[in-house]
Ligand binder design. Structure first.
Ligand code: SF4
Ligand code: SF4
Length: 359
């Protein structure tokens, strides 16, 4: 190949390496940090083996961001953090600076723009939330709206570090729960099986695909008005909504029958105790936009009881394990019912709950 041909050959390109987005001090000391500390809520101080020091200022964002808001954040980054900023998995924004004198003016400017500085250490950090009406094709509610309502009520818990340990919240706008495990998770719960529109189903859905989606084999082929379609065995259906994702003609969302449930005690880390799965503590809460007061009330009760009774470093699940479920329901004032007992007969009791590698 001549050099001329080589010039015209398409250069294989992918995303830029993440290293280009790191602050130069982070890039230089990558993987060589000596220690870090939290001098005050919303501020982290990292000290490297080389002696370099970098401060991080963390602020909460609404996640669904306007262009104007992004421009404001970029202006703050240009002014105080050498043009570098980054978003965390919980939609906080972080600015890193090697200059200690930049920290306080940056906090003042972020607060004046309406971004609360906090979310570090033993606090309620921003909520990990799913797409809601804006993006996903199957949500029964607006996860972002529930987040806004919840965070308005725990604003001070985001800015202070007064909880026994970190509190991770998540919300999910369908039962598939892509918000995931959390200390407190708010998840949509459908209470009746999907309603099938046979006219649409025969035209829009691949029948085997919809059948294969059902985790409890409740969907079966049938014939209606001489056309091949599907039926749901309602005695078997667990109202998970998985079929609706594969087949829009199996509508499960409903303003009355799609409710909210609150789960507690999820933990992904191995710190102090092994990871744990969540347990249901409230359900049949109405899907009540725009402020979802019933949901925020339940979350507030749990946080108040945990803050008052949790020992230092206890996560919510560890606190409940120590005091017992009976006392949890007494202290939160939530009502227990037998639907909260996990009696699902296919539950994997031998599930490997530790992230440790075993041989
Ligand atoms: S929780 Fe469900 S509806 Fe919401 S974004 Fe995830 S898959 Fe979509
Ligand atoms: S809602 Fe879930 S359990 Fe019910 S039919 Fe659809 S996939 Fe099956």
């Amino acid at each position: 190949m001549s050099s001329q041909e080589r010039t015209w050959k398409t250069i294989e390109s992918g995303p830029h390496t993440y290293e280009e987005a790191l602050h130069p001090v982070v890039r230089k000391n990558y993987g060589k940090w000596k220690y870090h500390e939290i001098p005050k809520p919303g501020v982290l101080k990292h000290v490297a083996e080389s002696g370099d020091t970098i401060w991080t200022v963390r602020a909460g964002t609404p996640r669904q961001d306007t262009v104007d808001m992004v421009r404001q954040l970029c202006d703050v980054a240009d002014k105080y953090s050498d043009g570098f900023l980054r978003f965390t998995v919980r939609n906080n924004v972080e600015f890193l600076t090697p200059n200690a004198e930049n920290v306080e003016p940056m906090i003042a400017e972020l607060e004046s723009l309406g971004f609360p500085v906090g979310g570090t250490g033993m606090c309620v950090s921003a909520v990990s939330h799913t797409q809601g009406w804006l993006h996903c094709d199957i949500p029964a509610t607006d996860a972002s709206g529930v987040v806004k309502s919840m965070m308005d009520t725990v604003y001070n818990e985001f800015k202070d570090m007064q909880m026994p340990n970190k509190v991770r919240l998540s919300t999910s706008c369908c039962s598939i729960n892509c918000g995931g495990q959390a200390d407190i998770a708010v998840v949509v719960k459908h209470t009746r099986p999907p309603r099938i529109n046979h006219d649409h189903l025969v035209k829009t859905c691949e029948l085997p695909k919809a059948v294969a989606r059902c985790p409890v084999a409740a969907i079966r082929p049938t014939v209606v008005n001489g056309k091949k379609t599907l039926m749901v065995d309602e005695a078997k259906c667990i109202c998970c909504g998985a079929c609706f994702g594969a087949c829009p003609a199996m509508e499960i969302n409903h303003p009355e029958h799609s409710k909210f449930a609150v789960w507690v005690g999820g933990k992904n880390s191995n710190a102090r105790s092994k990871p744990s799965t969540m347990s249901l503590v409230a359900h049949n809460l109405p899907n009540n936009p725009p402020r979802w007061p019933e949901v925020t009330d339940v979350v507030g009760r749990i946080l108040t009881a945990y803050k008052a009774g949790g020992r230092p470093w206890e996560r919510i699940g560890e606190w409940i394990n120590r005091i017992g479920w009976k006392r949890f329901f007494e202290e939160t004032g939530l009502e227990f019912d037998d639907n909260m007992i996990d009696s699902y007969r296919h539950a994997r009791t031998t599930f490997n709950q530790s992230a440790h590698i075993r041989f």
